[in-house]
Design a protein around this ligand. Structure first.
Ligand SMILES: NC(=O)c1ccc[n+]([C@@H]2O[C@H](COP(=O)([O-])OP(=O)(O)OC[C@H]3O[C@@H](n4cnc5c(N)ncnc54)[C@H](OP(=O)(O)O)[C@@H]3O)[C@@H](O)[C@H]2O)c1
Length: 282
């Protein structure tokens, strides 16, 4: 199977320097697969991962360096932190010996601030904090990135290329926005899957065989997402296009769009996730 990469992503075959991936779990390996699919040579990649998968071990036979001694690593263009936030305080300081004057550190850890990263490395390290989401695994993610003041234009372009391999990339300058970003696009795929679950349960409650209800819900959510992706129209117009006055959709939307309906619920959900992201960041 070929790894899906984001449409229009830049090829990475001409990239110079070494990319160090720290943590090759779900997100880290999705990024690595996308980089390799865009032509990055495994010889340019060092992976630090305590429990390598068989795929990662196999890449070592194609030139990827797995778990080297820190002192043997040279010429690091970027360090990509894809470990869990909980292990960051012990893992990140151990990476300081890898930093060269031009190295940029890209962190995708939820809730770990630029201030935390600078404290764990050095105050003058070029840092980018980013929040991707799980559709990255199929090249359809969206990532929001925020740089610190030390990031140069070439470093920003390198980070952009690494992130764009898995989908769209948006840059912001205000780090405080990352809590709301986490609540909308980071956690957002879970809300969409919940919609599919709820639609399936409601279909079964309305008398459909459960397997058929699940199939209809899954195809409806994924098909509508794809339609939204292909259409130039905004979601409200697409919604109006399937709603005839006095019809069945209108009857359902009267419920979903009532004062305490979906918009209000989503608002409360995003507020709760934003608050939790702030709490976790400390
Ligand atoms: N999944 C998402 O939807 C999502 C979205 C946005 C951001 N993120 C962020 O992405 C990061 C990774 O998430 P994930 O879902 O990919 O987690 P994951 O699957 O648990 O991957 C983390 C990997 O890092 C490894 N690791 C642990 N300690 C390490 C160390 N000291 N050095 C190197 N590697 C180490 C883990 O190995 P062990 O299993 O042996 O511990 C694991 O393989 C998190 O910080 C998360 O906040 C995730």
């Amino acid at each position: 199977m070929t790894t899906p990469t984001a449409q229009g992503a830049r090829t990475l075959g001409d990239l110079t320097g070494t990319i160090v991936l720290v943590g090759a779990g779900k997100m880290g390996s999705a990024m690595l697969d996308a980089w390799l699919a865009l032509g990055l040579s495994p010889k340019r990649v060092i992976a630090i991962e305590p429990q390598p998968t068989s795929e990662l071990t196999a890449l070592a036979t194609r030139g990827l360096t797995l778990n080297p001694s820190m002192t043997a690593v040279r010429d690091v263009a970027a360090i990509v932190l894809a470990i869990k936030p909980q292990v960051a305080a012990t893992a990140v300081p151990t990476l300081a010996p890898l930093l060269a004057p031009d190295t940029v550190v890209l962190s995708i850890m939820a809730g770990r601030t630029l201030g935390f990263l600078a404290g764990a490395l050095t105050q003058h390290t070029a840092l980018v904090r980013a929040m991707p989401n799980t559709p990255a695994a199929i090249g359809r993610g969206i990532t929001v990135a925020v740089p610190n003041a030390q990031v140069s234009q070439p470093q920003r372009e390198l980070v952009h290329a690494l992130l764009a391999a898995t989908g769209m990339v948006e840059w912001v300058t205000d780090e405080a926005l990352m809590d709301a970003v986490t609540a909308v696009s980071g956690s957002g795929p879970a809300y969409v899957f919940l919609l599919a679950e709820a639609l399936s349960s409601a279909g079964a409650a309305a008398g459909l065989p459960p397997e058929l209800a699940a199939k209809l819900a899954r195809a409806t959510v994924s098909g509508s997402g794809e339609l939204l992706n292909h259409s130039a129209l905004d979601p409200a117009t697409l919604r109006q296009n399937v709603t005839s006055p006095g019809g069945t959709t209108a009857a359902a939307l009267d419920v979903l769009m009532a004062g305490d309906g979906m918009a209000e619920l989503m608002n409360r959900a995003v507020i709760a996730a934003t608050r939790r992201s702030r709490e976790l960041a400390g």
